[in-house]
Write a protein that binds this ligand. Structure first.
Ligand SMILES: [Zn+2]
Length: 51
């Protein structure tokens, strides 16, 4: 069962939401720069940089 997860590209810093299926390893590519250096975030990216 897929769930919504947040991903961030380590190359260009692009953050996006995509479906994530636990226990299933998928190779992901950044929709912005096509890099495969995409990391899943445990929490939604903060829009403000207050901290
Ligand atoms: Zn990117």
């Amino acid at each position: 069962m897929a769930e919504t997860a947040y991903f961030k590209c380590l190359r260009c810093g692009h953050e996006y939401v995509d479906e994530y299926t636990p226990k299933v390893v998928e190779e992901r590519t950044c929709p912005n720069c096509a890099s495969n250096s995409v990391r899943r975030l445990k929490s939604p990216p903060a829009k403000s940089k207050a901290n």
